[in-house]
Design a binder for this molecule. Structure first.
Ligand code: ADP
Length: 555
């Protein structure tokens, strides 16, 4: 017997047609470099995105060619999301916060053929242009200034420079998109290299459609046609967690911050187009709430908003602080390799009788695996751990939108198991309800006298102290204990705190030997290119650290 269902290809082109036909009046708002707003409709989006695909084909784009983007979050970047794959190309989002050398290396490794770039980022391009030659550089006049176009000089090896808007205006109106298979590539992202050399992950039509459907479900992102979505996560960081695709799929209004990612700017923009759903890493929400508290009456936080927060552990104190304003923080766990949303922390019905503290505690966990994703925990001996919240091991993941390899990298047993699971490098336990509790990245764990200390647990607890703005805990080598925890703490303006008082505050929740031996009070915690706390930089800074004789010293 055969199933009677049609063999329809899962395709992003369907999202594009849907967006234009069903939601033509929905708005897309972009903040421009001069802080004004540009408003588009989905109808214009549909027309412009088709024009982009048509222009790329007319420019000689071949199936599977990489088209890099070096752009902030705005409508033209969104056009690339569906326009490049519609033309058969692969959108490769370059991370503009990396060093020019890294960007050049990544563009070369991906063999990017074309580049679409914001005019305000051309100075950055000049710094890596010698490392990789694009055939064509298409400049988006984001600032409104005219673009100096030029024909390419094949002898000098200079790329052609086009104006994005002129290219769209000239694009042949009649375009038929090349046929494709659902496993064909649509986009690629490099892991941001928090650990090791960046590696390329390539998404397909099928993986992206499935991820969009799952991540938009009510228990997960809960995206709806009536939402106003505010992606603060850069569109070059794991495709802004896939949310642009999901918003286009359901026809939600999109509001982009452009280059204005300072907390005050985000708060300003929220007054103009109050979002119902936003997304970003914890550091940005930390700064936003602090600035909000420091300026009473200046901004209104949009009560009722849901905020998807992930990329690093979300402190419980942060979840509580937003809850007090009627904002629900939903923690998501994932990686560039997992499309990325693979687990989501929501309140399961079986916890209906739980008290509020218990529910907040669970919101601070990494969450329950989403549909189509399998998770398991494996210990050092390769044995699968029980889901009892006690057994701890490496988190491994499998599913139709989890990468099975890296672009142009030989299969690495450090990253994939023999039976085909991705090794995440995260250390976690899973409890009997299926909630993942991450204790660390393998590289961030602190091994003290043969026992592991979770830096995530310590950071969470330290950030609950009312005087603390931010905290990161790192392992520093120790002559007797191998490693001991050093807490790096940023205080809120005007606050004071002693190491003794902090240790006292932490002591009810930790064994004595787990408490940080010293506290470094610093001005700021360094951030990675995706806005996470950069512990590797802190470890470098304190590599020669000498432990004081007694505990509780401050630096
Ligand atoms: P990078 O490896 O460069 O940081 P990713 O953005 O892909 O790039 O990071 C994935 C990693 O981020 C995960 O392996 C995990 O360590 C961390 N992470 C993601 N979400 C969470 C979360 N909710 N809590 C704790 N860590 C998280």
């Amino acid at each position: 017997m055969h199933a009677t269902m049609q063999q329809a290809t899962l395709s992003l082109n369907h999202f594009l047609d849907r967006a234009g036909r069903l939601f033509p009046r929905t708005e897309i708002v972009s903040r421009l470099p001069d802080k004004t707003y540009r408003r588009h409709t989905y109808a214009e989006y549909h027309r412009r995105t088709r024009a982009l695909a048509s222009a790329l084909l007319a420019a000689g784009l071949r199936k599977g060619d990489r088209v890099a983007t070096l752009c902030w979050n705005h409508h033209a970047h969104l056009e690339c999301y569906l326009g490049i794959p519609a033309a058969g190309g692969v959108m490769h989002t370059l991370n503009l916060r990396l060093s020019p050398d890294e960007i050049g290396w990544i563009a070369g490794h991906a063999a990017d053929r074309f580049l679409i770039i914001d005019d305000i980022l051309l100075p950055l391009y000049q710094q890596f242009a010698h490392l990789h030659r694009f055939e064509r550089v298409i400049v988006f006049p984001f600032s409104g200034a005219p673009v100096a176009t030029r024909a390419g000089d094949p002898h000098a090896g200079d790329p052609a420079i086009d104006d994005y808007e002129q290219l769209l205006a000239r694009a042949p109106a009649d375009v038929s998109f090349p046929p494709h298979h659902e496993d064909d590539p649509v986009a690629m992202c490099y892991t941001s290299g928090t650990t090791g050399r960046p590696k390329g992950v390539v998404y397909s039509h099928r993986s992206t459609v499935l991820h969009s459907l799952v991540a938009a479900l009510p228990d997960n992102g809960a995206l709806s046609n009536t939402d106003v979505v505010f992606p603060v996560t850069p569109m070059f960081h794991a495709n802004a967690w896939g949310v642009p695709y999901m918003a286009l799929m359901v026809g939600a209004k999109l509001v982009f911050p452009g280059p204005h990612l300072h907390a005050d700017d985000l708060l300003d923009q929220m007054q103009v187009d109050p979002p119902t759903l936003s997304l970003g890493v914890p550091t940005i929400w930390l700064t936003m709430i602090q600035n909000h508290e420091a300026n009473p009456g200046r901004w209104k936080l949009p009560a009722g908003m849901r905020s998807l927060v992930g990329g690093s552990a979300v402190p419980e104190a942060l979840i509580r602080a937003y809850a007090a304003h009627g904002i629900l923080i939903k923690q998501a766990w994932g990686m560039t390799e997992t499309s990325p949303m693979a687990a989501m922390s929501y309140r399961k019905a079986e916890l209906a009788g739980a008290d509020e503290d218990e529910l907040f505690r669970r919101q601070a966990m990494q969450g329950v695996p989403v549909p189509l994703v399998d998770l398991r925990i494996v210990d050092d001996d390769g044995r699968e751990c029980a889901w009892n919240n006690r057994e701890v091991g490496e988190l491994q993941v499998r599913g139709p939108y989890i990468t099975g390899s890296y672009h142009e990298v030989a299969r690495d047993p450090e990253k994939f198991t023999d039976d085909g699971w991705l090794r995440t490098g995260d250390v976690a336990a899973i409890d009997e309800y299926g909630y993942v509790r991450l204790s660390d990245r393998t590289k961030d764990l602190i091994k003290s006298g043969g026992e592991w200390i979770s830096s995530v647990d310590l950071e969470n607890a330290i950030m609950a102290h009312p005087a603390v703005a931010e905290a990161a805990v790192i392992a520093v080598s120790h002559p007797k204990w191998a490693e001991r925890p050093l807490a790096c703490v940023v205080l809120k303006p005007g606050q004071t705190l002693t190491p003794e008082a902090l240790r006292e505050f932490l002591s009810p929740r930790f064994a004595r030997w787990q408490l940080p031996d010293a506290v470094a009070f610093i001005d700021a915690i360094p951030r990675t290119s995706t806005g996470k706390f950069w512990k590797a930089k802190l470890r470098e800074r304190y590599a020669d650290w000498q432990w004081p004789e007694a505990g509780g010293a401050a630096v």
